[in-house]
Design a protein around this ligand. Structure first.
Ligand SMILES: NC(=O)c1ccc[n+]([C@@H]2O[C@H](COP(=O)([O-])OP(=O)(O)OC[C@H]3O[C@@H](n4cnc5c(N)ncnc54)[C@H](OP(=O)(O)O)[C@@H]3O)[C@@H](O)[C@H]2O)c1
Length: 302
């Protein structure tokens, strides 16, 4: 019988890639969405803000992967938007765990999203999973999001949390925005461009999640980023070379801050994420290096 895996917030960029990866390995990938319920197609409805969920959604799950949360890359970050960014992650995670614990039979494994924004900006320092969170909005949000899982431990199933970096895909997320100006042959980097960008190829992201689902000894927090992050200036240079941009602009950090306010954290904050833990446990990245990843993403338009 096919193993059922429920993807909360699985209709988005990462969820759809995980769904594809799961299906290619013979799993039954189901979605938990605020959209319409289609149980015959494995799509179940929930409304985490109202604490409602289709009672069939969690039945017989082998695994649950929770990615739900309002989009971070939407500007401006008003006070109401920031509240939504936090609540849509923390409250929905707490509610999902409550409902799993209320089931007669638990899943074998639960995986929760988090982000590289968890970390403080420590310039060149490699960031391992044991480091304490940053004090800024992103750091506090990720700490609360993870806390909705870790505060409940010990949970009666294997639990992993993935601190994902910038997921590179031509189909969505921040990559199409960053490469937009390159269509008119202009590249741009921010500040001095020295902040490390913890990126990951979309297919490696899906593979990493399924690796954690299957690897029975994996437990706890993992960085979800390729082993060779680059300072933004070099990261942009590789893209500009590939896209044959004519010139590269430097956009001062003060300008980014004054135009975008606290949203600038998402653009200016660096994090040199270490991939040591996941690699020690046996995961291999198909795209550890950025120039090869760009070549692959652009040639296959994935
Ligand atoms: N993409 C990246 O580069 C990246 C990097 C680091 C971390 N992450 C995190 O990883 C998770 C998945 O990323 P993604 O790129 O796949 O995001 P996404 O495309 O924005 O998908 C997130 C999903 O969350 C659900 N959602 C949206 N607003 C919600 C709300 N108010 N309450 C509950 N659920 C809501 C939506 O599903 P329904 O509309 O179907 O309910 C949506 O499809 C996100 O939490 C994101 O912050 C992403």
């Amino acid at each position: 019988m096919q193993k059922k895996v429920l993807l909360a917030g699985g209709s988005g960029l990462i969820g759809q890639q995980i769904k594809h990866e799961l299906q290619s390995k013979g799993y039954r990938a189901c979605l938990l969405t605020r959209g319409k319920s289609r149980p015959d197609q494995g799509v179940y409805q929930w409304d985490p803000a109202e604490k409602e969920i289709d009672p069939e959604a969690l039945a017989g799950c082998y695994g649950v992967i929770n990615l739900a949360g309002a989009n971070m890359v939407r500007w401006p970050w008003t006070a109401a938007r920031k509240r939504l960014l936090v609540d849509s992650r923390v409250q929905s995670t707490a509610f999902l765990i409550d409902r799993i614990l209320a089931e007669k039979q638990f899943p074998e494994v639960y995986i929760n999203g988090s982000a590289s924004g968890y970390y403080p900006d420590r310039d060149e320092e490699w960031l391992h999973e044991k480091i304490a969170p940053g004090e800024d909005f992103l750091g506090r949000t990720c700490a609360l999001w993870e806390g909705a899982v870790t505060n409940r431990q010990p949970l009666p199933f294997r639990t992993c949390i993935v601190r994902t970096g910038l997921v590179a895909s031509t189909r969505g997320g921040i990559y199409p925005l960053i490469t937009l100006s390159m269509h008119v042959k202009i590249a741009g980097y921010l500040g001095r461009g020295q902040m490390y960008y913890p990126w990951i190829h979309i297919e490696d992201m899906g593979r990493l999640m399924v690796f954690l689902l299957e690897n029975k000894t994996s437990n706890g927090v993992y960085n979800g980023a390729a082993p060779n992050p680059l300072p933004m200036k070099l990261w942009i240079k590789s893209l500009a070379d590939y896209k044959k941009s004519w010139f590269t602009l430097r956009i001062p950090a003060w300008l980014v801050r004054s135009v975008t306010g606290s949203f600038s954290q998402i653009l200016l904050k660096g994090a040199r994420l270490s991939a040591d833990k996941i690699m020690r446990e046996g995961f291999t990245f198909n795209w550890p290096d950025w120039p090869e990843a760009i070549q692959d993403l652009e040639s296959r338009k994935i």
